[in-house]
Write a protein that binds this ligand. Sequence first.
Ligand code: PMT
Length: 423
Amino acid sequence: MQGKHILLGVTGGIAAYKAADLARRLIERGAQVQVVMTAAARKFVTPTTFQALTGRAVRTSLWDAAAEAAMGHIELARWAELVVIAPASADFIARLAHGLAEDLLSTLCVATSAPIAVAPAMNQLMWRNAATQTNVELLRSRGVQVLGPGIGGQACGEYGAGRMLESLELVDAIAPLLSVAGPLKGRRVLITAGPTRECIDPVRFVSNRSSGKMGFAVAQAMQEAGADVVLVTGPVCLPTPMGVQRVDVESCEQMYAAVQRALPGTAIFIGTAAVADYRPISCAEQKIKKRNDKLNLELTRTPDILAQVSAGARRPFVVGFAAETEALEQHAREKLLAKNLDLIAANEVGHTKAFDCDQNALLLLWRGGRMELGPTSKRELGRQLTRVIIERYEQRERDARVASSGAQGEAHTGAESSRAQPR
Ligand code: PMT
């Protein structure tokens, strides 16, 4: 979102107070936020709040001569790279659906070529009302993004759909709408995430504590960087990041097959999954009975997905993860070399570290380089890791171009000298 121009429209509703936090979160992510408030919104929150948060005078009227002289409403409509209406009242949604342009915000929506997103917020009956639903469908059919609403208790004491999404949920939903021209536009990124489950019998499996949070955070950050992201995930309880293509699998064999299917055309592969290294030699057809005091489970190696991708003839840029309980750097470096990776992200695991938590820290290693990231949230780590991967990936592309132009030059010189010899 760095430097992106977001026009935040605030309409009348009790959720208008949440828009202040949304403005703050967008600013934190580096966006430039211009707030436009309707008259009804100003009955709930004052423009001063938004001005203090965004550092910009809030626009409220089409007829404010001084503001129009500084940046006319048509200029403002052109300035916006994204228009977000949060909260979007039932009344505003109706006006937007019918192209009315009777105040500054509705006029801007009609006059802009930027994408528009609305975050509905209203009483649950107003949301379910047939007119509202028709208007929402009309907006969707025209490409307006409808973010939410959430379901839950309402300010009026009722329960149902109509709550405005929380500001962090909105930021996550908005980011992909701005990423169309990101540095990875047109590039496919294939990511594995979560644990695998290796079947013992119809009701039991061997698995691990991976929640998928790290992999999903990387997938979201890569999507925000403009990539076409395919996320192959083991069983996790996480929502799919917006704009990401998700493939659900269970075992290592299934993950391996899904990766092989998605691999052609992939520019970057990232293995964040905690893939089982061993699986039971066979999966019992019936539930195993407890007949003896001891039960031996014979295990066999699973295919190493990461190593196979890296060994391919037309390999992508390959990023592995290393989960270590000791000698982090040494073991990670060994994996970097043994699996011929372009980059490895190593994390200390166990004792409540890395697995199934929201925070993490990564040690990045590549041939000739080293960098530490965090500790911080997995969302932030995903973004920081993405920036490093893009830098390293672009460097590899540049090196490949130089090497191929050098090889062509040599071939050219070689051809000249072989022609020259007979003379
Ligand atoms: O999911 P979370 O709860 O957010 O936790 C995140 C995490 C700790 C799982 C993640 O940050 C992480 O470390 N993922 C890699 C876990 C792992 O399996 O590490 P490893 O050192 O055993 O494997 C090395 C690499 O080989 C990994 O990229 C792994 O995906 C890959 N591998 C391993 C075995 C196998 N059969 N196939 C593989 O592709």
